[in-house]
Ligand binder design. Sequence first.
Ligand code: GLC
Length: 427
Amino acid sequence: MTSRFSSFKLALTAVAVPVLLAAAGSAQAATITISCGSVGQDFEFCKKHTAEWAKKSGHEVKLFTIPNSTTDILALFRQMFAAKSADLDVINVDVVWPGVIKDHLVDLKKYSKGAEKEHFPAIVANNTVDGKLLAMPWFTDAGLLYYRKDLLDKYGVQAPATWEDLSAAAKKIQDGERAAGNADFQGFVFQAKAYEGLTCDAVEWISSYKGGNIVNDKGDITVNNPQAVKALKMAASWVGSIAPQGVLNYAEEEARGVFQNGNAAFMRNWPYAWSLGNGADSKVKGKIGVAPLPKGGADGQHAATLGGWQLAVSKYSKNADAAADLVMYMTSPEVQKERAIKGSYNPTIAALYKDKDVLAANPFFGSLFDVFTSAVPRPATATGLKYPEVSAAFWNATHDVLSGKATAEDSLKKLEAKLKQVKRNQW
Ligand code: GLC
């Protein structure tokens, strides 16, 4: 790595020794560097599956550790793209990025040989820009409500249907657990740090109150509306009451840490938290329930933000053929199945939702199937290259409300003006 990237404290690890390529029938051994995430079990799976491919193909793989936050990962990749860096061959692509980094990715159509047809069409469409298949779907994500089954039973409360119900249930359990001696116990933990994860949570809150999606499909800025005000007021009411003040600095892993240690009644998180929450070292193993996120009031709707990751080949790679082969292996049904069973990563291949081993490991993949297929996309397609700016303005405006710096009314009004500036005449 050059020093330009040293602030990200990246680790580069060689994990496979090249074997004789003659056996694999390939012309020359290449060294392929792949970015591996660091949330939950991301890194271990990356290591295992790339090593399998290296063994099969005769190529060598190097792992390039990327930061936890998608916001930091995008900043890093943008620096690398600007430098036309060949340091990375295969990269992770957040579902909101294809339109943002489209100029730096290889068209995978000639390598996929139609394999994308097995994947959810909406994700393939998301990853296809100007007729080019820029990334293969790897796993999909949707926001979920995790709860402690044992504590709901103990306090005689139901899994909440609305945010109002959640607030009341969280308060009751928190009061009870604190009175019983656990001073650190929290009612609800979620993602409220100023980063992309807060955009995901806040899109859920606003959409659940039927307050739209920041920018609609036509590109109109819709975020300054009374339902959005209601949603942000509700979320702000949690901070310092049923959620710790520190939630203003929580991303996914901080929330999971508190919940998995047995210190929260409810948590908003992605599916990956299921497998870890039921892991051998989890204090809440076997005590977790999963439900759709609550509605915004009785007239509201359930809303889960669509997340997920793809794999792509950098245009600056010197070994695009081998890199694309690795992408096809990593996104194959075989690898997706193992990741689903052992890591509760949602496959992007519909057929795997009927697989009995996948369903046995993750019963909610079946019972909440609709949550995954009807998840709300962030307005990345409508805002194209400007999405990162739109999202940053939105999470900052939301963070100001949650931290008590601004009222929901003022903050959304200011946000609307800011988004108009970002849009100018068109996205
Ligand atoms: C998860 C989602 C991704 C989202 C991110 C926000 O990784 O899959 O789409 O942007 O969380 O933190």
